[in-house]
Design a protein around this ligand. Structure first.
Ligand SMILES: Cc1cc2nc3c(=O)[nH]c(=O)nc-3n(C[C@H](O)[C@H](O)[C@H](O)COP(=O)(O)OP(=O)(O)OC[C@H]3O[C@@H](n4cnc5c(N)ncnc54)[C@H](O)[C@@H]3O)c2cc1C
Length: 473
């Protein structure tokens, strides 16, 4: 084997499982540091016809970065910033290698844009996720109600095919697929879960940092009260010329209990006030803008929370960066706790993996939440519910105590997919399909979406050597 291709051994076992606890196997692994190195490795592999699975930070939750044989290419060492500049409109640009994670990206941006501080608005909360992985999996941030989809903040990518050929895909450029269908070039890489090639470089669009950010949390003793609060926001979102609400995240009882139980071991959130046992739901919010505009919105939110039965004295409101980070970590812990639970169950029974809902639903927030709760309890299943409240995009995670419950959970997921799928044209949600959701949802996946993925694959990877097993293949 070439110097930078290593035979798979116990030392690399951690690369064979992702955060969903979906696991796989590979014959060899590599950790390239540059585009040239990626091309060199591919040259060697393509001569032998060895398929390749691409991996970033392996924080994905659908098994997309997990190999089923062949070679595993981990890009976490391609983690450098390559260039930066500011456009005339005051927005920044940064060119990065794909393996840079969100923590290092933030550090680089803070260092490079000292005069006119900037930020990348994409925030899927998991800071060890790589920018390449975010682009490929179509991950979205919790701030998308203000800033829009993550793809808007990717200007161009360089993508390498199995033969080592690089194509630059830029926003606004058109590419023809078979059947003369034309699509925006970037869509051939974004959200395609690596089936079209290896993203080796990205140019990211940045925005000037808001002058101020507040983190807020409201607590409710009844889910119905939290739902009334969210549906009230949907009717009339407090807003003014100086500030806007950026995030509205729901965290349900089961998640709050799990976070509270783990609090003593979580250094960053230990100092946050304890949450009363009677509390059934928390709404985490972020407001971005100028101080006076934020204060006005915060007051309106307090009033609405009070009208819905929340106690304003119990609410949290912080504006220091370090304090906001604690709240942010608290919200993130809702997802982390589920993954830790699944990890524990997976150790007892290797067949158990994460099973979670990742789709937007029609209707009010109250109806959406109510129907999930009812269906879980009808089957006697425990579930953790949290997620993006304004879009009814809840992550309903099933917490199986046994393989039997896991199977019941899968049936429930399939039932939801049939019901919700009819209301939606797009299926992959924000986590992608990978291998895990393909196995669980199979034929239920939206045909139009799969067809488009197949056409993109035909263009870049007709031999089907990259990321086999993802989405449909
Ligand atoms: C606790 C927790 C909370 C999370 N919360 C959210 C959330 O709120 N919103 C959300 O959207 N996601 C969330 N995620 C999911 C996860 O963070 C994202 O899917 C992330 O984008 C994956 O990035 P990664 O670098 O870890 O990619 P990986 O897991 O390594 O890979 C993900 C997919 O991208 C492909 N890929 C990776 N790098 C490249 C590349 N350079 N070129 C081509 N293909 C590539 C892989 O093959 C795979 O198919 C969460 C995850 C965890 C663990």
């Amino acid at each position: 084997m070439a110097q930078n291709i290593y035979p798979m051994s116990e030392e690399y076992e951690e690369y064979l499982i992702d955060e969903s606890k979906y696991s796989g196997y590979a014959d060899s692994i590599s950790f390239p540091k540059s585009e040239e190195e990626v091309a060199g490795i591919l040259k060697e592999l393509s001569q032998k016809g060895i398929p390749v699975t691409i991996q970033g930070g392996k924080t994905g939750i659908v098994g997309g970065a997990i190999p089923k044989g062949g070679h595993l290419m981990n890009l976490s060492r391609m983690n450098k910033a390559l260039g930066f500049w500011e456009e005339e409109d005051g927005t920044g640009r940064i060119q990065v290698q794909p393996g840079i994670n969100l923590i290092d990206l933030k550090k680089e941006i803070n260092n490079l844009f000292r005069k006119n501080p900037q930020f990348w608005p994409v925030d899927p909360t998991e800071t060890s996720a790589s920018v390449g992985g975010i682009a490929a999996s179509g991950a979205q941030g919790i701030n998308r109600i203000l800033y829009g989809k993550s793809g808007q903040y990717i200007e161009s990518v360089r993508i390498m095919d199995y033969e080592g050929q690089v194509t630059k895909l830029c926003r606004g450029e058109s590419k023809a697929l078979s059947g003369n269908e034309c699509v925006d070039a970037l869509t051939l890489a974004l959200g395609k879960e690596g089936i079209t090639g290896i993203i080796t470089e990205l140019t990211l669009k940045l925005l000037p940092k808001p002058e101020a950010i507040w983190g807020l949390a409201f607590f409710f003793e009844k889910n119905e009260q939290a739902a009334a609060f969210v549906d009230g926001l949907k009717e009339e979102m407090p807003k003014n010329d100086f500030a806007s609400i950026a995030a509205v995240e729901y965290i349900g009882k089961a998640s709050l209990v799990m976070i509270e139980e783990s609090r003593p071991f979580m250094t960053r959130i230990k100092e946050l006030p304890g949450i009363r046992e009677e509390i059934e739901a928390m709404i985490y919010m972020e407001v971005h803008g100028q101080e006076e505009g934020i204060e006005e919105i915060a007051e309106q939110l307090m009033e609405l929370a009070m009208e819905c039965g929340g106690d304003p004295d119990e609410a949290w409101a912080v504006s220091e960066e370090a304090e906001i980070e604690k709240l942010h970590i608290f919200r993130h812990a809702a997802a982390e706790m589920v993954n830790l639970f699944i990890e524990k169950q997976h150790r007892k029974d290797r067949r158990i993996t994460k099973i979670g809902m990742d789709m937007m639903c029609d209707g009010t927030f109250g109806q959406t939440l109510g129907s999930f709760e009812k269906e879980l309890s009808a089957l006697g299943l425990k579930g953790c519910i949290f997620g993006h409240a304004m879009e009814n995009h809840l992550h309903v995670n099933i917490l199986p105590e046994s393989y039997e419950e896991y199977c019941k959970g899968i049936e429930l997921m399939q039932k939801w997919a049939v019901r919700i799928g009819k209301e939606q044209s797009i299926f992959p949600g924000e986590h992608g399909i990978g291998k895990l959701k393909k196995e669980i949802l199979g034929d239920l996946l939206a045909d139009a979406y799969i067809e488009q993925c197949k056409k993109a694959k035909e263009l870049f990877d007709p031999g089907e050597m990259l990321n086999r097993g993802n989405i449909w293949n």
